[in-house]
Design a protein around this ligand. Structure first.
Ligand code: ADP
Ligand code: MG
Ligand code: MG
Length: 305
Protein backbone atom coordinates (compact mmCIF):
# COMPACT_ATOMS: atom_id res chain seq x y z
CA UNK A 1 0.00 0.00 0.00
CA UNK A 2 3.03 2.22 -0.39
CA UNK A 3 3.25 3.05 3.27
CA UNK A 4 4.42 1.85 6.69
CA UNK A 5 2.17 -0.09 9.05
CA UNK A 6 2.90 0.11 12.77
CA UNK A 7 1.34 -1.94 15.55
CA UNK A 8 1.47 -1.19 19.28
CA UNK A 9 -0.10 -3.80 21.53
CA UNK A 10 -0.35 -5.12 25.06
CA UNK A 11 0.03 -8.87 25.58
CA UNK A 12 0.62 -11.39 28.36
CA UNK A 13 4.02 -12.35 27.05
CA UNK A 14 6.56 -11.36 24.43
CA UNK A 15 5.79 -14.59 22.58
CA UNK A 16 2.09 -13.80 22.39
CA UNK A 17 2.84 -10.23 21.33
CA UNK A 18 5.21 -11.43 18.60
CA UNK A 19 2.91 -14.05 17.12
CA UNK A 20 -0.17 -11.82 17.22
CA UNK A 21 1.66 -8.94 15.55
CA UNK A 22 3.04 -11.29 12.90
CA UNK A 23 -0.44 -12.61 12.13
CA UNK A 24 -1.77 -9.05 11.84
CA UNK A 25 1.06 -7.98 9.48
CA UNK A 26 0.43 -11.10 7.39
CA UNK A 27 -3.20 -10.08 7.07
CA UNK A 28 -2.10 -6.64 5.78
CA UNK A 29 0.18 -8.35 3.22
CA UNK A 30 -2.70 -10.54 2.13
CA UNK A 31 -4.94 -7.50 1.67
CA UNK A 32 -2.21 -5.75 -0.29
CA UNK A 33 -2.24 -8.69 -2.71
CA UNK A 34 -6.02 -8.18 -3.08
CA UNK A 35 -6.27 -4.38 -3.28
CA UNK A 36 -3.00 -3.12 -4.78
CA UNK A 37 -3.02 -1.25 -8.06
CA UNK A 38 0.77 -1.65 -8.32
CA UNK A 39 0.99 -5.45 -8.13
CA UNK A 40 0.12 -6.53 -11.69
CA UNK A 41 -1.68 -9.73 -10.64
CA UNK A 42 -3.47 -8.32 -7.58
CA UNK A 43 -7.11 -9.36 -7.45
CA UNK A 44 -8.10 -5.74 -8.10
CA UNK A 45 -6.00 -5.51 -11.26
CA UNK A 46 -7.24 -8.91 -12.47
CA UNK A 47 -10.71 -7.44 -12.23
CA UNK A 48 -9.75 -4.15 -13.89
CA UNK A 49 -8.33 -5.86 -16.99
CA UNK A 50 -11.76 -7.35 -17.72
CA UNK A 51 -13.20 -3.83 -18.23
CA UNK A 52 -15.38 -3.65 -21.32
CA UNK A 53 -15.23 -7.39 -22.07
CA UNK A 54 -18.65 -8.20 -20.65
CA UNK A 55 -17.12 -10.57 -18.07
CA UNK A 56 -18.60 -10.94 -14.61
CA UNK A 57 -15.83 -11.68 -12.13
CA UNK A 58 -16.37 -13.65 -8.92
CA UNK A 59 -14.82 -11.77 -5.98
CA UNK A 60 -13.09 -12.85 -2.79
CA UNK A 61 -14.96 -11.94 0.41
CA UNK A 62 -12.50 -9.06 1.05
CA UNK A 63 -12.77 -7.49 -2.38
CA UNK A 64 -16.54 -7.97 -2.35
CA UNK A 65 -16.79 -6.22 1.03
CA UNK A 66 -14.63 -3.25 0.10
CA UNK A 67 -16.24 -2.71 -3.31
CA UNK A 68 -19.66 -2.92 -1.70
CA UNK A 69 -18.76 -0.24 0.88
CA UNK A 70 -17.12 1.92 -1.79
CA UNK A 71 -20.20 1.84 -4.01
CA UNK A 72 -22.45 2.75 -1.09
CA UNK A 73 -20.20 5.73 -0.38
CA UNK A 74 -20.16 6.71 -4.06
CA UNK A 75 -23.97 6.77 -4.08
CA UNK A 76 -24.13 8.68 -0.80
CA UNK A 77 -21.69 11.31 -2.08
CA UNK A 78 -23.15 11.34 -5.61
CA UNK A 79 -19.79 10.40 -7.05
CA UNK A 80 -17.52 12.77 -5.12
CA UNK A 81 -15.94 9.61 -3.72
CA UNK A 82 -15.45 7.22 -6.63
CA UNK A 83 -13.08 4.24 -6.78
CA UNK A 84 -13.30 4.15 -10.59
CA UNK A 85 -11.05 7.25 -10.73
CA UNK A 86 -8.08 4.97 -11.60
CA UNK A 87 -7.53 6.33 -15.15
CA UNK A 88 -7.57 9.90 -13.81
CA UNK A 89 -5.19 8.98 -10.97
CA UNK A 90 -2.77 7.45 -13.49
CA UNK A 91 -3.02 10.55 -15.64
CA UNK A 92 -2.25 12.77 -12.65
CA UNK A 93 0.73 10.66 -11.64
CA UNK A 94 2.11 11.20 -15.14
CA UNK A 95 1.39 14.95 -14.99
CA UNK A 96 3.31 15.12 -11.75
CA UNK A 97 6.32 13.33 -13.23
CA UNK A 98 6.30 15.43 -16.39
CA UNK A 99 5.34 18.64 -14.56
CA UNK A 100 2.74 19.23 -17.24
CA UNK A 101 -1.08 19.35 -17.28
CA UNK A 102 -2.72 16.50 -19.22
CA UNK A 103 -3.93 17.30 -22.72
CA UNK A 104 -7.69 17.79 -23.18
CA UNK A 105 -7.78 14.59 -25.27
CA UNK A 106 -6.05 12.50 -22.59
CA UNK A 107 -8.34 13.98 -19.95
CA UNK A 108 -11.47 13.25 -21.98
CA UNK A 109 -10.32 9.66 -22.54
CA UNK A 110 -9.66 9.09 -18.84
CA UNK A 111 -12.98 10.68 -17.88
CA UNK A 112 -14.83 8.41 -20.30
CA UNK A 113 -13.39 5.40 -18.44
CA UNK A 114 -14.47 6.78 -15.04
CA UNK A 115 -17.81 6.60 -13.23
CA UNK A 116 -19.08 4.41 -10.41
CA UNK A 117 -22.29 3.75 -12.38
CA UNK A 118 -20.17 1.61 -14.72
CA UNK A 119 -19.18 -0.74 -11.89
CA UNK A 120 -21.94 -3.31 -11.41
CA UNK A 121 -22.00 -5.50 -8.31
CA UNK A 122 -24.19 -8.57 -8.08
CA UNK A 123 -25.14 -9.23 -4.47
CA UNK A 124 -26.42 -12.74 -5.03
CA UNK A 125 -23.43 -14.08 -6.96
CA UNK A 126 -20.80 -11.76 -5.43
CA UNK A 127 -19.54 -10.72 -8.84
CA UNK A 128 -18.36 -7.46 -10.34
CA UNK A 129 -18.57 -6.22 -13.89
CA UNK A 130 -16.84 -3.20 -15.41
CA UNK A 131 -19.00 -1.97 -18.25
CA UNK A 132 -16.63 0.43 -20.02
CA UNK A 133 -13.23 -0.35 -21.63
CA UNK A 134 -10.05 0.96 -19.89
CA UNK A 135 -11.69 1.27 -16.48
CA UNK A 136 -9.25 0.96 -13.58
CA UNK A 137 -10.26 0.64 -9.94
CA UNK A 138 -8.26 2.48 -7.28
CA UNK A 139 -8.70 1.80 -3.56
CA UNK A 140 -6.19 4.43 -2.41
CA UNK A 141 -8.87 6.33 -0.50
CA UNK A 142 -10.25 3.45 1.56
CA UNK A 143 -7.89 0.46 1.45
CA UNK A 144 -5.58 1.46 4.29
CA UNK A 145 -8.53 2.14 6.58
CA UNK A 146 -10.00 -1.27 5.78
CA UNK A 147 -6.60 -2.90 6.35
CA UNK A 148 -6.14 -1.44 9.85
CA UNK A 149 -9.63 -2.69 10.78
CA UNK A 150 -8.91 -6.18 9.50
CA UNK A 151 -5.51 -6.26 11.22
CA UNK A 152 -7.25 -5.29 14.47
CA UNK A 153 -9.69 -8.18 13.97
CA UNK A 154 -6.73 -10.58 13.66
CA UNK A 155 -5.27 -9.23 16.91
CA UNK A 156 -8.62 -9.81 18.61
CA UNK A 157 -8.66 -13.40 17.35
CA UNK A 158 -5.20 -13.75 18.91
CA UNK A 159 -6.64 -12.61 22.26
CA UNK A 160 -5.08 -9.14 22.08
CA UNK A 161 -7.56 -6.58 23.35
CA UNK A 162 -5.50 -3.40 23.77
CA UNK A 163 -3.85 -2.19 20.58
CA UNK A 164 -3.17 0.66 18.19
CA UNK A 165 -2.60 0.12 14.48
CA UNK A 166 -1.34 2.87 12.21
CA UNK A 167 -1.38 2.37 8.45
CA UNK A 168 0.18 5.47 6.93
CA UNK A 169 -1.76 7.82 9.18
CA UNK A 170 -4.92 5.71 9.19
CA UNK A 171 -5.23 4.85 12.86
CA UNK A 172 -7.40 2.26 14.56
CA UNK A 173 -7.42 1.76 18.32
CA UNK A 174 -8.97 -0.76 20.65
CA UNK A 175 -9.41 -0.28 24.40
CA UNK A 176 -7.47 2.03 26.69
CA UNK A 177 -3.91 1.04 27.70
CA UNK A 178 -3.62 0.13 31.41
CA UNK A 179 -4.12 3.09 33.79
CA UNK A 180 -5.00 5.51 30.99
CA UNK A 181 -8.18 7.12 29.71
CA UNK A 182 -7.38 5.96 26.20
CA UNK A 183 -4.80 6.21 23.47
CA UNK A 184 -3.54 9.75 23.34
CA UNK A 185 -3.96 10.95 19.78
CA UNK A 186 -2.44 14.17 18.57
CA UNK A 187 -4.60 15.90 15.99
CA UNK A 188 -2.21 18.79 15.44
CA UNK A 189 -1.79 18.89 11.72
CA UNK A 190 -0.81 21.69 9.50
CA UNK A 191 1.85 23.72 7.81
CA UNK A 192 2.67 27.39 7.84
CA UNK A 193 -0.72 28.38 6.37
CA UNK A 194 -3.15 25.70 7.58
CA UNK A 195 -3.08 24.64 11.16
CA UNK A 196 -5.13 22.86 13.78
CA UNK A 197 -2.87 23.25 16.73
CA UNK A 198 -2.31 21.54 20.05
CA UNK A 199 -5.38 19.34 20.02
CA UNK A 200 -5.20 15.96 21.68
CA UNK A 201 -7.86 13.41 22.52
CA UNK A 202 -8.03 10.15 24.42
CA UNK A 203 -9.56 7.52 22.19
CA UNK A 204 -10.68 4.07 23.40
CA UNK A 205 -12.34 2.66 20.30
CA UNK A 206 -12.45 3.85 16.74
CA UNK A 207 -10.52 5.17 13.80
CA UNK A 208 -8.74 8.41 12.94
CA UNK A 209 -7.63 9.68 9.56
CA UNK A 210 -6.62 12.88 7.83
CA UNK A 211 -6.61 13.91 4.21
CA UNK A 212 -5.13 16.91 2.57
CA UNK A 213 -2.66 18.09 0.02
CA UNK A 214 -0.01 18.85 2.59
CA UNK A 215 2.45 16.25 1.35
CA UNK A 216 1.15 15.07 -2.00
CA UNK A 217 0.46 17.71 -4.60
CA UNK A 218 1.69 18.99 -7.90
CA UNK A 219 2.19 22.60 -8.87
CA UNK A 220 1.55 23.37 -12.53
CA UNK A 221 1.37 26.85 -14.06
CA UNK A 222 1.35 28.36 -10.59
CA UNK A 223 -1.69 26.32 -9.53
CA UNK A 224 -1.50 23.74 -6.79
CA UNK A 225 -3.33 20.45 -7.46
CA UNK A 226 -4.01 17.71 -4.90
CA UNK A 227 -3.56 13.95 -5.46
CA UNK A 228 -7.25 13.71 -4.58
CA UNK A 229 -9.30 14.06 -7.72
CA UNK A 230 -12.55 15.85 -8.32
CA UNK A 231 -14.31 13.23 -10.47
CA UNK A 232 -16.54 15.92 -11.98
CA UNK A 233 -13.66 17.94 -13.46
CA UNK A 234 -11.25 15.03 -13.77
CA UNK A 235 -8.56 17.24 -12.23
CA UNK A 236 -6.77 17.27 -8.88
CA UNK A 237 -8.47 19.38 -6.21
CA UNK A 238 -7.37 23.00 -6.10
CA UNK A 239 -9.34 23.93 -2.99
CA UNK A 240 -6.76 23.65 -0.19
CA UNK A 241 -8.26 21.67 2.67
CA UNK A 242 -7.19 19.61 5.61
CA UNK A 243 -9.76 17.11 6.79
CA UNK A 244 -9.52 15.36 10.15
CA UNK A 245 -11.89 12.51 10.95
CA UNK A 246 -12.64 10.47 14.04
CA UNK A 247 -15.01 7.58 13.29
CA UNK A 248 -16.24 4.24 14.54
CA UNK A 249 -13.48 2.42 12.62
CA UNK A 250 -10.59 2.93 10.23
CA UNK A 251 -12.64 2.27 7.11
CA UNK A 252 -15.15 5.05 7.86
CA UNK A 253 -12.37 7.45 8.85
CA UNK A 254 -10.51 6.79 5.58
CA UNK A 255 -13.39 7.18 3.13
CA UNK A 256 -14.81 10.14 5.03
CA UNK A 257 -11.49 11.97 4.97
CA UNK A 258 -11.38 11.70 1.19
CA UNK A 259 -15.08 12.34 0.55
CA UNK A 260 -15.05 15.46 2.74
CA UNK A 261 -12.06 16.76 0.77
CA UNK A 262 -14.13 16.69 -2.44
CA UNK A 263 -17.69 17.60 -1.42
CA UNK A 264 -18.70 21.24 -0.92
CA UNK A 265 -18.14 22.27 2.73
CA UNK A 266 -21.82 22.33 3.71
CA UNK A 267 -22.46 18.87 2.29
CA UNK A 268 -19.27 17.64 3.94
CA UNK A 269 -20.38 18.72 7.39
CA UNK A 270 -23.84 17.29 6.77
CA UNK A 271 -22.41 13.92 5.75
CA UNK A 272 -20.26 13.85 8.89
CA UNK A 273 -23.31 14.75 11.00
CA UNK A 274 -25.26 11.88 9.44
CA UNK A 275 -22.55 9.22 9.72
CA UNK A 276 -22.97 7.33 13.01
CA UNK A 277 -20.21 8.07 15.54
CA UNK A 278 -18.25 10.26 13.12
CA UNK A 279 -16.67 13.63 13.91
CA UNK A 280 -15.03 15.88 11.35
CA UNK A 281 -13.02 19.09 11.22
CA UNK A 282 -12.18 20.81 7.98
CA UNK A 283 -9.61 23.56 7.62
CA UNK A 284 -10.17 25.37 4.37
CA UNK A 285 -7.80 27.85 2.81
CA UNK A 286 -9.76 30.02 0.37
CA UNK A 287 -7.71 32.81 -1.16
CA UNK A 288 -5.42 32.93 1.89
CA UNK A 289 -8.33 33.15 4.36
CA UNK A 290 -8.36 30.15 6.65
CA UNK A 291 -11.74 28.90 7.77
CA UNK A 292 -12.49 26.08 10.16
CA UNK A 293 -15.65 24.00 9.94
CA UNK A 294 -16.60 21.35 12.49
CA UNK A 295 -19.28 18.69 12.59
CA UNK A 296 -21.55 18.46 15.62
CA UNK A 297 -19.66 15.64 17.30
CA UNK A 298 -16.31 17.32 16.72
CA UNK A 299 -17.52 20.41 18.60
CA UNK A 300 -18.48 18.19 21.53
CA UNK A 301 -15.10 16.44 21.75
CA UNK A 302 -13.30 16.68 25.06
CA UNK A 303 -9.74 17.77 24.45
CA UNK A 304 -6.80 16.71 26.57
CA UNK A 305 -4.73 19.69 25.50
P1 ADP B 1 -3.95 9.10 1.31
O1 ADP B 1 -3.22 9.14 0.01
O2 ADP B 1 -3.25 9.82 2.39
O3 ADP B 1 -4.45 7.75 1.70
P2 ADP B 1 -6.72 9.56 0.79
O4 ADP B 1 -7.22 8.55 1.76
O5 ADP B 1 -7.51 10.82 0.68
O6 ADP B 1 -5.23 10.00 1.07
O7 ADP B 1 -6.68 8.84 -0.61
C1 ADP B 1 -6.21 9.48 -1.78
C2 ADP B 1 -6.08 8.46 -2.89
O8 ADP B 1 -7.39 7.99 -3.27
C3 ADP B 1 -5.48 8.99 -4.16
O9 ADP B 1 -4.08 8.82 -4.15
C4 ADP B 1 -6.13 8.12 -5.22
O10 ADP B 1 -5.48 6.86 -5.29
C5 ADP B 1 -7.52 7.90 -4.68
N1 ADP B 1 -8.49 8.94 -5.05
C6 ADP B 1 -8.25 10.19 -5.55
N2 ADP B 1 -9.38 10.88 -5.72
C7 ADP B 1 -10.39 10.07 -5.33
C8 ADP B 1 -11.82 10.23 -5.27
N3 ADP B 1 -12.43 11.36 -5.65
N4 ADP B 1 -12.54 9.17 -4.80
C9 ADP B 1 -11.93 8.03 -4.42
N5 ADP B 1 -10.61 7.83 -4.47
C10 ADP B 1 -9.84 8.83 -4.90
MG1 MG C 1 -9.23 8.30 2.53
MG1 MG D 1 -6.21 7.16 2.95
Amino acid sequence: MGTVFRIVLYARSATQAQSAAEAAFNRVDQLNQVMSDYIPDSELNQLSVTAGTGKKVKLSPDLWQILQISQEVAQKTEGAFDITVGPLVQLWRRSRRKQQLPSPEALAKAKAATGYQHLILNKQHKTAQLLVPNMQLDLGAIGKGYAVDEAMEVLRQNRIKIALIDGGGNIRVSKAPPATKGWEIDLSIGNETNYIGGKQIYLKHGGVATSGDLYQFVELNGQRYSHIINPFTGLGLTDQRLVTIIAKNGTDADWLSTALSVLPIEQSIELANHTPKAAAAIVNNVSSTIKQHQSRRFQLLKWVK
